[in-house]
Design a protein around this ligand. Structure first.
Ligand SMILES: [Fe+2]
Length: 157
């Protein structure tokens, strides 16, 4: 049974495409943060290992919330690595993924990419599609990424 939410079908299609792309981006960043948690080395190993673990759990919740938002809007969430790879904006340039500073730089950059993508998406979601629920939802996610980026930036040598 289709939801009747006051948003035209075509708009729901486009909104959920934006959300599924964000889901893919988050999944890539989640995997990179796991990589960081496992492989970081350096004098601050234990602190960073724990910091990355906290961020893994935050990203896991974000991922689940985005997928369930897509379902709430009557569409299917992407659910395979192949599908995520086909739509993501993220790259997997993991060179020097053992040096703490290099890892942190990469992760800050990725969180900021997502912040900018969401900031751009908010405009059509709220103004063109008038979906204030999703606009509010992604605004909250953007703020979470801004905070995580700050935590990482402050951990740089
Ligand atoms: Fe662990």
């Amino acid at each position: 049974m289709k939801p009747v939410l006051g948003i035209p079908d075509q708009d729901l299609q486009e909104i959920t495409m934006l959300l599924n792309t964000l889901l893919a981006d988050e999944y890539f960043l989640y995997t990179k943060t796991r990589n960081a948690h496992w492989n970081v080395e350096g004098p601050n190993f234990y602190e960073l290992h724990k910091l990355f673990d906290t961020q893994i759990h935050e990203l896991d919740e974000i991922i689940d919330d985005i997928a369930e938002r897509v379902r709430s809007l009557g569409h299917f969430a992407l659910g395979s690595l192949k599908d995520f790879q086909s739509v993501t904006h993220m790259t997997e340039d993991n060179h020097s993924f053992d040096k703490a500073n290099s890892i942190i730089h990469t992760l800050v950059n990725d969180h900021e990419i997502i912040v900018r993508i969401i900031r751009n998406d908010i405009v059509p979601i709220s103004e063109k599609y008038k979906d204030l629920g999703t606009a509010d939802f992604v605004t909250g996610i953007m703020e979470q990424h801004e905070k995580i980026a700050w935590m990482l930036r402050s951990s740089l040598d």
